[in-house]
Design a protein around this ligand. Structure first.
Ligand SMILES: Cc1cc2nc3c(=O)[nH]c(=O)nc-3n(C[C@H](O)[C@H](O)[C@H](O)COP(=O)(O)O)c2cc1C
Length: 162
């Protein structure tokens, strides 16, 4: 999708997002590790997706794909992907209304977001993978993920090997 189109879609939707969210409480955040010279217009670093404005903010500089792949129980194939997306949940945002059940809703929402990433990757002629095996605390520390955001899924995205 072209960026100007994406921004105008966001304006029309108001605060809504591309994935459903119980009570429209949006407990999820999306981060990404971007490799050096691997993604057009983005320098290597960690990014946080800002839904309001459909923007990325840079958290740190540097190519951390090897580090984050080691944290994913050394699944080093992940480090070949130009981009590794991480989906996190801040359970407190949803527990306010739904209590413990909010955890279930957040995990379901992570599945919706992950599926959107798979679909968007396919639409762009890319491939995506999904990884649940990683050390939560080490990943948070390496990617400067807010302490209250729990990483649920890592999704390497790139061109597949035929
Ligand atoms: C919650 C979840 C966690 C997963 N974690 C990993 C993982 O850590 N490493 C990996 O290589 N694949 C992981 N997978 C992918 C599965 O291994 C994969 O979906 C399965 O083998 C079926 O293959 P397919 O998705 O290509 O059909 C995960 C999938 C899910 C849904």
């Amino acid at each position: 999708m072209r960026r100007d189109r994406a921004v105008s879609d966001w304006r029309e939707r108001g605060d809504k997002r591309a994935a459903p969210s119980a009570g429209a409480l949006y407990p999820m955040d999306v981060y990404a590790t971007v490799g050096k010279d691997r993604v057009e217009f983005l320098e290597a670093g960690i990014y946080h997706y800002e839904p309001q404005g459909h923007r990325l903010s840079q958290v740190t500089k540097g190519d951390l794909r090897t580090v984050t792949s080691r944290i994913a129980l050394s699944q080093m194939w992940m480090a070949d992907a130009p981009l590794i997306i991480v989906i996190t949940a801040k359970y407190r945002r949803i527990a306010v209304k739904y209590g413990d059940r909010g955890t279930r809703y957040a995990v379901i929402e992570a599945g919706h977001i992950g599926q959107n990433i798979f679909l968007q990757a396919e639409a762009l002629g890319l491939r995506a993978g999904i990884v649940g095996a990683f050390d939560d605390e080490k990943l948070k520390e390496a990617m400067k993920i807010a302490r209250s955001h729990e990483p649920l899924l890592m999704m390497p995205v790139g061109y597949g090997r035929e």
